[in-house]
Write a protein that binds this ligand. Structure first.
Ligand code: XBP
Ligand code: MG
Length: 279
């Protein structure tokens, strides 16, 4: 029997970013693991939090290492040697990251599991769209959701699967292709300006759950932005109607309502959320 045609903008799939969105992986995992890798190779390099936040403008761990080395007088002079060192540091970093994740040092952010359960109950498909390595995604989701975690996702596109990392839209275009859905029937959840830009460039509407490292970042053209999925208090825009409990988590009904803003307006807001009702 043919499937009934979906409404043009109905929300059919939630596209999850990983780092910063599913968990505070940069704060609790990657940065610490990079420093352990430097130490393991006897390098005096350390990335403190402020430097790491700057470096997050470069997506991809290996790319981040190469960018940092380009500004260091004590990095290898030859490009080939730098590439080899970055590859070795990245391999070590991912090993330390996996150890931390397995030890439970990196937890899913509050509100994530509840929203995933609602997607499963209500037939909203899920996918992963990330620039991180597949081993990191697997380590995190196996530790947090169990060995059958992958059965909950119809597409998992990682750093190795694309030629260009976020903010390039390639990862989102690949996810849409695998899901067989138009961009406007999906919604991305992101935490970084680069991630949000990648989704937008693929035509995917975005909501932003602010993370530790991008707490003050400026975002453009996102449907909604707030402090985390664990509570609806602090999210913008506030939609018309009863305010509801600010301590209740962001649920699928609220995401659908934000998603519908695109249909209602026919365009993405560009830092103009003040034109919507504010509290
Ligand atoms: C995340 C990243 C990643 C991680 C580390 O961006 O930029 O590079 O820092 O991952 P996003 P790897 O959340 O937008 O996907 O070291 O495995 O590259
Ligand atoms: Mg992210």
């Amino acid at each position: 029997m043919p499937m009934p045609a979906a409404e043009p903008g109905a929300l059919r799939a939630l596209l999850w970013d990983v780092d910063g969105t599913l968990a505070e992986t940069e704060r609790d995992g990657h940065r610490i693991a990079f420093n352990l890798a430097f130490e393991r190779l006897g390098l005096g390099w350390r990335w403190d939090e402020a430097r790491y936040v700057e470096l997050l403008a470069v997506t991809g761990g290996r790319e981040r290492l190469l960018h940092d080395m380009a500004g260091r007088s004590d990095a290898p002079a030859l490009a080939g040697e730098r590439l080899a060192l970055a590859a070795e540091l990245h391999r070590l970093k991912n090993g330390f990251y996996a150890e931390r994740v397995r030890a439970g040092a990196v937890a899913l952010r509050p509100g994530v599991v509840g929203l995933m359960a609602q997607c499963a109950d209500q037939g909203v498909r899920m996918a992963i769209a990330t620039t991180t390595s597949r081993t990191n995604v697997e380590a995190l989701l196996r530790a947090q959701l169990g060995s059958r975690w992958a059965s909950g996702f119809d597409a998992v596109v990682c750093g190795e699967d694309t030629a260009r990392k976020k903010p390039d839209p390639e990862v989102y275009l690949a996810v849409l292709d695998r899901l067989g859905l138009p961009a406007l029937q999906t919604l991305a959840i992101e935490d970084s300006p680069g991630g949000a830009a990648a989704a937008r460039a693929a035509g995917v509407p975005v909501v932003v759950t602010r993370s530790h490292c991008f707490a003050d970042a400026i975002f453009d053209e996102v449907l909604a932005i707030g402090p985390g999925l664990h509570r609806r208090g602090g999210w913008r825009p506030v939609l018309p109607g009863p305010a509801g409990d600010p301590d209740a988590p962001v649920d699928l009904a609220l995401l659908r309502a934000w998603h519908a803003l695109h249909d209602a307006r026919g365009f993405f807001p560009s830092n103009d959320t003040e034109t919507l009702p504010w509290p």
